[in-house]
Design a protein around this ligand. Structure first.
Ligand code: KIV
Length: 290
């Protein structure tokens, strides 16, 4: 049995435990916030060791971790399994869990009940939900009212991408730009401690940012925000095909994994693995006595 990787073996100077209020302090001190998604224990450990501020158990895990076609089918129970593993791998980073599609839209009561499950069953520090219209704003207010911090998410909202016309940048007409701005303000007004701005023109984000007193975290929103988030599998090179414009690949982990597995398969087939050093020695005399 191998040992777990140790989340406390940080490769960056130790961070204090990150909380929703401390995010605003980091921003006030001039720090850029670093957020990344994670869906399992080793990824959470790596994010923790790298000094990431916020780990998001995103419903993008439906696609990149669980292999669904979209984020829509993932259930609360599935999200809770992913989130619990991430919680166990995290020491100081703030753990935010996405409320999946269908788990908060029906009523404030449904939204609060799902958020409570994320906190009680998975140890989430906060939850995130998509949209800034009257319904999402009401849900944010209700969840915050129940004592659970909420991160908002406006611009491109993948759960409702069909209604938005697909996975394209948002806010590129006067009306659409106003909608993104008003959604961000509505999310703030409803009590969210932070908001994700996804796939909007950099200049629009720069215009919205000064209107917000909560940290704005961008993904495809340019540099004029308080921090950045990327999907782990995109930045590690674990996804395939054409990536969104804002994705930067920092590694080719799928290639590394494939090469390692191909080498293993070849050695098993050739008999090169296991070598003598991978076997257990029998104490002398035992075999003669069985
Ligand atoms: O689910 C997710 O990964 C997200 C990020 C894109 C912000 O919501």
């Amino acid at each position: 049995m191998s040992h777990h990787p140790d989340p406390s073996a940080s490769v960056t100077p130790a961070r204090k435990r990150v909380t929703p209020p401390s995010l605003a302090q980091l921003v006030a001190a001039g720090d850029k916030l670093v957020m990344v998604t994670a869906y399992d224990y080793p990824a959470a450990v790596a994010a923790q060791r790298a000094g990431v501020d916020i780990v998001l158990v995103g419903d993008s895990g439906a696609q990149v971790q669980l292999g669904y076609d979209s984020t829509v089918p993932v259930s609360v129970d599935e999200m809770l399994v992913l989130a619990s593993a991430v919680r166990r791998g995290t020491v100081t980073a703030l753990v935010v869990v996405d409320l999946p599609f269908g788990s908060y839209e029906v009523s404030d009561e449904q939204a609060v009940a799902t958020a409570i499950r994320c906190v009680k069953e998975a140890g989430a520090d906060a939850v995130k939900l998509e949209g800034g219209g009257p319904v999402p704003a009401a849900r944010i207010r209700a969840i915050v009212g129940a004592g659970i911090p909420v991160m908002g998410h406006v611009g491109l909202t993948p759960q409702t991408a069909t209604a938005l016309g697909g996975f394209s940048a948002q806010g590129r007409t006067v009306e659409a730009a106003r909608r993104v701005r008003d959604d961000a303000l509505a999310v703030q007004e409803a009590g969210a401690f932070s908001v994700v701005l996804e796939a909007i023109p950099s200049d629009l984000a720069a215009q919205i940012h000064p209107l917000l007193h909560i940290p704005a975290i961008g993904i495809g929103a340019g540099p004029a925000v308080d921090g950045q988030v990327l999907v782990l599998h995109d930045l590690l090179g674990l996804t395939q095909g054409r990536a969104a414009k804002f994705v930067k690949r920092y590694a080719s982990v799928l290639d590394v994994m494939t090469d390692a597995l191909a080498a293993y398969a070849a050695e098993v087939r050739s008999g090169a693995y296991p070598a003598p050093e991978h076997g257990y020695a029998m104490p002398p005399g035992i075999l003669d006595s069985i």
